[in-house]
Design a protein around this ligand. Structure first.
Ligand SMILES: Nc1ncnc2c1ncn2[C@@H]1O[C@H](COP(=O)(O)OP(=O)(O)OP(=O)(O)O)[C@@H](O)[C@H]1O
Ligand SMILES: [Mg+2]
Length: 227
C-alpha cells in the first residue's frame, strides 16, 4: 500500500530541550497510527511536525512523496487546510455557530458558498450518529457529541490525513470508546489516514499500528493488522 505521509530523520529542538531526536515514520493509505509514550516524550511535537504546524530543525516531511516541511508559510497553511483535518482534545468548536456551520467552516474558508458548504457538512451527521443535532450550538452538545462534530469538521474537506491529539482526553471511558470507534471507522471509510496521539491503551488498540515514543525517539513499533 502506498505511503501518504512520511517523516524522515526528524529533529526538533527547543533551546536546550530536544523534543524529537531523529524520528522516522511512514503512514500508509487508510492507515491508522497511534502515537503513545510518557508525558513530555515528544508525541505532540511529532504530530505537529508531521502536520506542518511545527518545522523540524532537521529531517524532512513528505506528503505523497513531495516535501512539505520547506514550503513557505502561505503554501503550508493552504496545504493544512486542504489536505489535513484536525481533532483536538476540546474547545475547538466556535460556540456561536450551529453544529452544521462548525462542520462547514473548512469548506467556507476555501471559498465554498455557505449554502453548498452546509449541504456537504450535513452529510457527515448520519455516519457520526449526529442526526437531528445540526442546529445545536456547541454549548448544547454533550462532550462526546461535540467531539463527533469535530470529527465531521476534520473530514468534511476530504483530507488525506486526519490528525488527532488526545481526541478522547476529556471524555469518560464509555463515551471515549464510542468516539474512537467512529473516528477510526469513518476516517477509514472516507479514505483518509489517521495519526492520533493518545495515552489510553484502549483507545490506541483501535488503530492499525502503535508507535511508542520515549525521549524524542521511537522506542517500539507494533502492528496489529496486516493490510
Ligand atoms: N513550544 C515549546 N517551547 C519549549 N519547549 C517545548 C515546547 N513544546 C514542547 N516543548 C518541550 O518538548 C518536549 C516534548 O513536548 P511534547 O509536547 O511533544 O510532549 P508530549 O509527549 O506531547 O507530552 P504530553 O503527554 O504531556 O502532552 C517537552 O520537554 C516539552 O517541555
Ligand atoms: Mg502532548
Amino acid at each position: 500500500m502506498s505511503t501518504v505521509l512520511a517523516g524522515y530523520g526528524l529533529v526538533k529542538k527547543y533551546g536546550p530541550t530536544t523534543a524529537l531526536a531523529g524520528v522516522d515514520v511512514e503512514v500508509r493509505e487508510r492507515d491508522s497510527l497511534a502515537i503513545m509514550g510518557p508525558s513530555g516524550s515528544g508525541k505532540s511535537t511529532l504530530l505537529h511536525t508531521l502536520a506542518g504546524i511545527i518545522r523540524p530543525n532537521e529531517g524532512q516531511v513528505l506528503l505523497r512523496g513531495e516535501r512539505v516541511d520547506n514550503l513557505g508559510e502561505n503554501r503550508l497553511s493552504a496545504l493544512r487546510r486542504k489536505r489535513f483535518g484536525f481533532v483536538f482534545q476540546f474547545g475547538q468548536l466556535l460556540p456561536e455557530l450551529p453544529a452544521e456551520e462548525n462542520v462547514a467552516l473548512p469548506l467556507m474558508l476555501e471559498g465554498t458558498p455557505r449554502r453548498q458548504a452546509v449541504d456537504r457538512a450535513r452529510r457527515w451527521f448520519a455516519p457520526l450518529g449526529l442526526e437531528g443535532l445540526e442546529q445545536r450550538r456547541p454549548g448544547q452538545l454533550s462532550g462526546g457529541q461535540a467531539q463527533r462534530v469535530a470529527i465531521a469538521r476534520a473530514l468534511v474537506a476530504e483530507p488525506d490525513v486526519v490528525f488527532a491529539d488526545e481526541p478522547t482526553g476529556a471524555l469518560d471511558q464509555r463515551t471515549s470508546e464510542e468516539v474512537i470507534r467512529l473516528l477510526t471507522s469513518v476516517t477509514r471509510a472516507s479514505g483518509a489516514a489517521l495519526v492520533m496521539v493518545t495515552h489510553d491503551a484502549d483507545v490506541a488498540a483501535h488503530c492499525d499500528r502503535i508507535l511508542q515514543v520515549r525521549d524524542g525517539r521511537i522506542s517500539n513499533y507494533s502492528q496489529f493488522t496486516v493490510a
